[in-house]
Write a protein that binds this ligand. Structure first.
Ligand SMILES: [Zn+2]
Length: 101
């Protein structure tokens, strides 16, 4: 997956910004990293917004990537626990769908 990394400090982000918010000097450049990571926190969604009602209940997890200092919000295709190792399954409508390793 592609994330953004500052060219003068260690700042990582999922979205690009005009200037690095950490060192306020660097520019963010695209960086390709492994999508593998670890579950940092999660929430079971039982009552979903209309567009996701058909797939509820489902789990939304915050993943700490292994390769970068950034956390990604993803949808899990199975129940998870904090600390589980997970990997990208597919990208659907711009959302990351993850599965357990
Ligand atoms: Zn920076």
């Amino acid at each position: 997956m592609n994330i953004y990394k500052c060219n003068t400090c260690d700042y990582h982000s999922m979205s690009t910004k005009y200037i690095c918010p950490k060192c306020r000097k660097g520019k963010l450049g695209s960086l390709k990293v492994s999508p593998k990571g670890t579950v940092y926190s999660f929430t079971d969604i039982h009552i979903a917004p209309a567009e996701f009602a058909a797939i509820a209940p489902y789990t939304v997890a915050l993943i700490q990537l292994d390769d970068a200092n950034v956390k990604v919000t993803v949808r899990m295709n199975e129940p998870v626990e904090i600390g589980d190792k997970v990997d990208l399954d597919k990208v659907e409508n711009g959302a990351f769908l993850y599965k357990k390793e």
